[in-house]
Design a protein around this ligand. Structure first.
Ligand code: GLN
Length: 495
């Protein structure tokens, strides 16, 4: 008990909470009371949220929910479960800023499809979480408002760009969260904060209402403190949405049932260990990650696979991401979207200039400018087209790898969570740390980050990737590791 908070209650998985809430809906209030006590005691240090819903508003919402769901509660998959949502996902009537001055006062008139689905299942949004501005970054330091801190060590970053979501879940401020992942933004902060995070196959989860960064790679995904909770959340948000033209024409699966079945049948898989991604990691990460892979290899068949590309992977990712970002962010012109400035006696160029100068932070400006340059006449072939060709080669390489193995494994991040400000002088270094995660986005496959160990009190995680639409296999291996490592429902003690 710290500050009258029962951490045993707070760390309860949502599948257990659900049972309690369904037998006695009044328990939702009790649990939320605890959640808000945790928030009160840690939020000033962590700063996971940009917008936190006031407790009384949330309580009123629960009252309405209980009244409206009479007779339906049993079939609701998230009845009374609070969730933290990354501030890049549109929430009707709740400010959605993308951690940018540009959208500081933007209140969406509609919900993202994922939000509609959560609400229909009885989930309660408790706040919108901090992130890198427009999801551009790996540390949550490019937020226009303030950085978020890593609950395991407040002098370090929580990762990014979904750093607020990861920090909220790992510190007990929320049992589950939504993040978005364009090049690792779910898996990186999940790894740095010691929680589970999954980037789904491109097209499995609707992007409708997700404010776009790089549309050919963006995906929304679940973050949680154990595998089953991750599977519950994925089952709800996955599945076709006619409002997103890139959404795959398939229904959702019951990932919980699928995982349980796989855990029961225990199929033996072929696991490919991507040598280069281990060897290029920091020594401490490498040693711990190899140790946990050994555990998997006692049961499954492991073989080494080789990925003969290094920095090209990161270069291709950033070229494509910046090119798409420069096009996506063009809509923030102060006329239809974005900051409003007085425009009397000014030319349109002057208005645009003022809006973008004031509205965008340094990292976003840099990427929009580089993206426009990459796409300009004379340079397009040299950068953008070459990056697209490399993207195809990478896809073919993995198609080949997946003919001999079912999944591939690597550390999620090649480094431990850095100190705040550590990479300000050398941003290329932090770009390069994305090498393991951007692969899945470039080729559209699913990837999971599984917390497995600690080094000096800092979490270490491994990443597993598999073929398109085989999320249940990732969840199966995650569940197996969870059993082996005991790494589940762990909450950071915030000092
Ligand atoms: N760090 C990567 C970037 O800055 C990934 C960000 C993300 O996935 N949104 O682009």
């Amino acid at each position: 008990m710290v500050n009258n908070v029962s951490y045993k209650y707070i760390s309860m998985p949502i599948y257990k909470l659900l049972q309690e809430f369904k037998t006695d809906p009044m328990k939702v209030f009790d649990y939320l009371e605890h959640v808000y006590r945790v928030i009160e005691s840690v939020e000033t240090k962590i700063k996971a949220f940009i917008t936190l819903m006031p407790q009384d508003a949330v309580f009123r919402r629960v009252e309405t929910l209980i009244k409206e769901s009479k007779g339906k509660i049993d079939s609701m998959k998230l009845f009374g479960i609070p969730i933290a949502v990354k501030d890049v996902i549109s929430t009707k009537g709740i400010r959605t800023t993308c951690a940018s001055r540009m959208l500081e006062n933007y209140i969406p008139p509609y919900n993202a499809t994922v939000i509609e689905r959560l609400i229909n299942e009885g989930s309660i949004i408790i706040g919108k979480t901090n992130m890198d501005e427009f999801a551009m970054g790996s540390t949550t330091e490019t937020s226009a408002f303030y950085p978020t801190r890593n609950p395991w060590d407040l002098s370090r970053v929580p990762g990014g760009s979904s750093g607020g979501s990861a920090a909220a879940v790992s510190s007990g401020e929320a049992p589950i969260a939504l993040g978005s992942d364009t090049g690792g933004s779910i898996r990186n902060p999940a790894a740095f904060c010691g929680i589970y995070g999954l980037k789904p196959t491109y097209g499995l989860v609707s992007r409708y209402g997700l404010i776009a960064y790089a549309s050919s790679m963006d995906q929304i995904g679940p973050m949680a403190r154990n595998t089953i909770d991750l599977a519950i959340l994925l089952s709800i948000i996955a599945g076709h949405d006619p409002k997103d033209s890139t959404s795959l024409p398939i229904g959702s699966k019951n990932y919980v049932a699928l995982v349980k079945e796989l855990v029961y049948k225990e199929p033996k898989l072929r696991i490919g260990i991507i040598k280069e991604l281990f060897e290029n990691s920091d020594e401490n990460v490498k040693v711990k990650a190899y140790k946990v892979v050994d555990k998997l290899c006692t049961y499954h068949e492991c073989l080494t696979v080789s990925l003969p590309y290094g920095k090209q992977i990161v270069a291709a990712y950033y070229i494509i991401a910046m090119a798409e970002a420069s096009s996506n962010l063009a809509r923030f012109d102060g006329v239809r979207y974005g900051l409003k400035v007085p425009f009397e006696n000014k030319s349109w160029e002057e208005v645009y200039l003022e809006v973008r100068t004031k509205g965008f932070g340094y990292e976003v400006k840099k990427r929009v400018a580089l993206g426009a340059y990459i796409l300009s006449v004379g340079y397009r072939d040299m950068y953008y087209i070459r990056a697209l060709k490399f993207r195809r080669i990478l896809k073919e390489t993995f198609d080949k790898i997946f003919r001999s193995v079912d999944v591939v494994v690597s550390p999620t991040m090649p480094i431990l969570p850095p100190k705040l400000g550590e990479f300000f002088e050398d941003p290329i270094k932090i770009y390069l740390a994305d090498i393991n995660t951007v692969i899945a986005n470039l080729i559209g496959i699913p990837a999971i980050s599984i917390p497995v160990d600690f080094y000096n009190g800092l979490p270490i995680a491994i990443q597993i990737m598999s073929k398109q639409l085989t999320e249940e296999i990732l969840l199966y291996l995650s569940m197996q590791l969870e059993e082996k490592t005991g790494f589940r429902n762990i909450i950071a003690e915030v000092h």
